[in-house]
Design a protein around this ligand. Structure first.
Ligand SMILES: [Fe+2]
Ligand SMILES: [Fe+2]
Length: 396
C-alpha cells in the first residue's frame, strides 16, 4: 500500500491543507494518508495564542475526516514531548509494515531535509512527496532531488498543487475581525465559533444562515427587520453596533419550538423557570434562546442578557437590552395600533419609548387575559423612578 503521511500543527486546518492532501492522493495514487497533528506543549500553545492539542485534533478530524483515503493519527499528540519525523515514521512502519511510506512536505521543508534528525535513515524509509506551487519551486526541487538521490539514494515525487493562498497564522489574525471563514470548512468554522478559539467573532452572513435555519419564513422577515432596526437604534444611541446586530440576529432562535421542546432545553441547560414562564411559550423562548446562543455561538454576556430579557424587560436594563427590546417591538414588519408613534419616540427619547413599550405590552397581555410577568412591571417601576438615567449614562 502507498501510504501518505501528512503532518502539521493544523492551527487551524484550512482549505489549503485539504486541497494539498487531495492533490497528493490524486497525483501520487495514495491509497491512504495519515494526517498527523503535531504535539505542542500547552505553555507554548498558550503563549502563541494557539488552540490546545485537543482542539487541534478535533478540528483536524472535522477538516479531513471524510476526505477520501484520509485518516487521523493522534500518535504524536499521545506521545507528547517533541516528536521527530524519524520517530513517527518508525512507529508508522511498525503499524503498516508492508506499506510504502510517502512523506508529504512543502518545498521549504524538502530543502532542509539534511538538517533533520537521522535524515539518512529517514530517507531510507520513505519516499518524499513534495508539493510544488510553481515552476520556480519545481526547479528548486529538481536540483535537490538529483543531489539527494546521488548522495543518499533518496526517492522523490513531485505533487503539482494549485495552492489556496492562506496560512493558519493569517487565519488567526482574520478570525477576530469576523473574516476568513471562506478558507475553512464549515464544520471547522462552527467548531471555532462554538469554542471561541483564536478570539473569533462570528461572521454575520454565517450567523444569519445558522439562525434562519432555525426559523420559519415569517419569523425570518421579523428577525431581518429586527436586525436592521437594532443597528439603527444602536447608531442613534451610541450602543455597540456589532453586539446589537449579533443579539438581534439570534434573539428568536428557539421561537419555533413548542412547549415540550422549550422545557426540554430548560432541563438540558439547567435553566431555572418560574410558574408563569413554565406555561408561557413567549416567555420561555427568550430564556432558551439566550442559552442556545451562548452554547452554540459563544455569545458574550451582554448579548446573552439582551436575548434573555428581550420579552419581559427587567430592572437595570443595559443600553443593549433596551435597543433589542425596542427593535423587536418596532421593527418594520410590525403593524399594530400606535406603532408609528412608538417608532418615532424610540429615536427621540429611548427611555420614554421603553416605558411606553412596556406599558403597551402589559395592556396587550391584560386584554388577552394573560398575566404579565412581574419583571415587566419591575422594569416599568424602575424606569418611572428615573433610576435608568444613571444606567444609560454609564452604558453610553
Ligand atoms: Fe422573541
Ligand atoms: Fe422577536
Amino acid at each position: 500500500m502507498r501510504l501518505g503521511i501528512y503532518g502539521g500543527t493544523f492551527d487551524p486546518p484550512h482549505l489549503g491543507h485539504l486541497t494539498a492532501l487531495k492533490a497528493a492522493v490524486r497525483e501520487l495514487e495514495l491509497e491512504r494518508v495519515l494526517v498527523i497533528p503535531t504535539f505542542i506543549p500547552p505553555h507554548k500553545e498558550q503563549a502563541a495564542g494557539m488552540a490546545s492539542c485537543e482542539d487541534r485534533l478535533k478540528m483536524t478530524e472535522l477538516c479531513f475526516g471524510d476526505a477520501p483515503g484520509a485518516g487521523i493519527w493522534d500518535g504524536e499528540i499521545k506521545r507528547g514531548g517533541r516528536s521527530y519525523t524519524i520517530d513517527t515514521v518508525t512507529e508508522i512502519k511498525k503499524l503498516y509494515p508492508d506499506s510504502e511510506i510517502v512523506l508529504l512536505m512543502g518545498t521549504d521543508m524538502y530543502v532542509t531535509l539534511e538538517a533533520w534528525r537521522e535524515f539518512e535513515r529517514l530517507l531510507g524509509l520513505v519516499t518524499c512527496g513534495v508539493f510544488i506551487r510553481n515552476s520556480g519551486e519545481e526547479d528548486t526541487v529538481r536540483t535537490h532531488e538529483l543531489r539527494l538521490r546521488e548522495m543518499y539514494g533518496a526517492k522523490t515525487e513531485i505533487i503539482p498543487n494549485d495552492p489556496v493562498e492562506i496560512s493558519s497564522t493569517e487565519l488567526r489574525e482574520l478570525l477576530p475581525k469576523r473574516q476568513g471563514r471562506e478558507f475553512l470548512r464549515d464544520e471547522v468554522y462552527e467548531y471555532i465559533v462554538n469554542k471561541g478559539l483564536f478570539g473569533v467573532k462570528a461572521d454575520f452572513d454565517w450567523l444569519r444562515c445558522k439562525a434562519y435555519d432555525m426559523l420559519n419564513e415569517r419569523r425570518i422577515r421579523h428577525v431581518a427587520g429586527c436586525e436592521a432596526e437594532a443597528v439603527k437604534l444602536a447608531k442613534a444611541w451610541g450602543c455597540d453596533v456589532e453586539l446589537a446586530r449579533e443579539a438581534a440576529i439570534l434573539h428568536d432562535i428557539t421561537k419555533k419550538l413548542d412547549l415540550e421542546g422549550q422545557l426540554n432545553l430548560c432541563s438540558e441547560y439547567g435553566i431555572i423557570i418560574d410558574e408563569i414562564e413554565r406555561s408561557e411559550l413567549k416567555l420561555l423562548h427568550s430564556k432558551t434562546g439566550a442559552y442556545v446562543a451562548k452554547d452554540r455561538f459563544n455569545v458574550c454576556g451582554e448579548v446573552f442578557n439582551a436575548i434573555l430579557w428581550h420579552t419581559t424587560g427587567r430592572e437595570d436594563m443595559s443600553l443593549l437590552d433596551k435597543v433589542i427590546y425596542l427593535a423587536d417591538y418596532i421593527e418594520p414588519t410590525r403593524d399594530f395600533e400606535g406603532v408609528k408613534s412608538l417608532r418615532a419616540k424610540c429615536y427621540e427619547d429611548l427611555d420614554g419609548a421603553l416605558c411606553l413599550g412596556l406599558e403597551m405590552s402589559i395592556a396587550d397581555m391584560e386584554q388577552y387575559g394573560v398575566r404579565p410577568h412581574e419583571r415587566t412591571a419591575n422594569a416599568l417601576n424602575w424606569l418611572r423612578k428615573g433610576e435608568h438615567y444613571d444606567n444609560t449614562e454609564r452604558d453610553g
